[in-house]
Design a protein around this ligand. Structure first.
Ligand code: 13P
Length: 265
């Protein structure tokens, strides 16, 4: 059965722990005139916490949205060093990354905590971008689909399908992050397809509308092939989002490959 989709391509720059006041202003000065002009692609950037408000000001006259890279699962109170969902919403964030593999691996975030953060983000009116993906050993062991399904299931169990699809899903194979080794378009499409089918088993219409981004060494020269896969709805971009020319080219590749076709689920 064919189901038509309403998915607008989305490209998010994850600056990770990079930047400075001067570098951020210079990057945005170069890139905004290009990336503010798109009609069929939505663009967002996720700077480190200290720069969120100044970047919000710099984005003010553009269509580019603001996102954060992390949030607390807690509402407020005695949680020194943490940042709540409502604070992020208050300063103008639209998106927040949840469960990035660097947070899972380096800061011991497990599936339950990720699910709590996802729920906290939604409650505050943010759009959580749920990152999932397998390590190289897991891929080589044939576990890719099982790992991704387990990561998604924790959030499904916590919030239910209707709330899960209020977020965005980002498939980021750990072995492709920051390594220069990108999943081939076919490898990425196969996992995106699996994710959409898994969503469709819960709710067909919700699956058709849910945006699933690819992340992991997306560059100007591979973005187009990735973005024209039927179940890849844009990208979560690390290193290349720090380079104005590269990020602009990646956004242009998304603009050139709108999601127009129906998908079979
Ligand atoms: P790279 O694009 O640098 O591989 O990073 C991907 C990523 O982790 C985005 O969240």
């Amino acid at each position: 059965m064919q189901t038509s989709s309403n998915r607008k391509k989305l490209v998010i720059g994850n600056w990770k722990m990079n930047g400075s006041s001067t570098a951020n202003a210079s990057l945005l000065r170069s890139v905004l005139p290009v990336i503010s002009r798109f009609e069929s692609v939505e663009v967002a950037v996720c700077p480190p916490f200290p720069y969120l408000t100044t970047v919000a000001d710099l984005l003010d006259d553009s269509d580019v949205s603001l996102g954060a890279q992390n949030l607390s699962s807690q509402l407020s109170g005695a949680h020194t060093g943490e940042v709540s969902a409502s604070m992020l919403h208050d300063i103008g964030c639209r998106f927040v990354l949840v469960g990035h593999s660097e947070r899972r691996a380096l800061y011991s975030e497990n599936d339950d905590l990720v699910a709590e953060k996802f729920a906290a983000a939604l409650r505050a009116g943010l759009i959580p971008v749920l990152c999932v993906g397998e390590t190289l050993a897991q891929r080589q062991g044939g576990e890719t689909e099982a790992i991704v399904t387990t990561q998604l299931s924790a959030v499904l169990k916590a919030v239910g399908i209707q709330d899960l699809v209020k977020g965005v899903i980002a498939y980021e194979p750990v072995w492709a992050i920051g390594t220069g080794e990108t999943a081939t378009p076919e490898q990425a499409q196969a996992v995106h397809r699996h994710i959409r089918q898994w969503l469709a088993d819960e709710d067909r219409a919700a699956a058709a509308d849910c945006r699933i981004l690819y992340g992991g060494s997306v560059k100007a020269d591979n973005a187009e092939q990735l973005f024209n896969q039927p179940d890849i709805d844009g990208g979560l971009i690390g290193g290349a989002s720090l380079d104005a020319m590269s990020f602009a080219a990646i956004c242009r590749a998304a603009e050139a490959n709108p999601t127009t076709e129906s998908i079979a689920i």
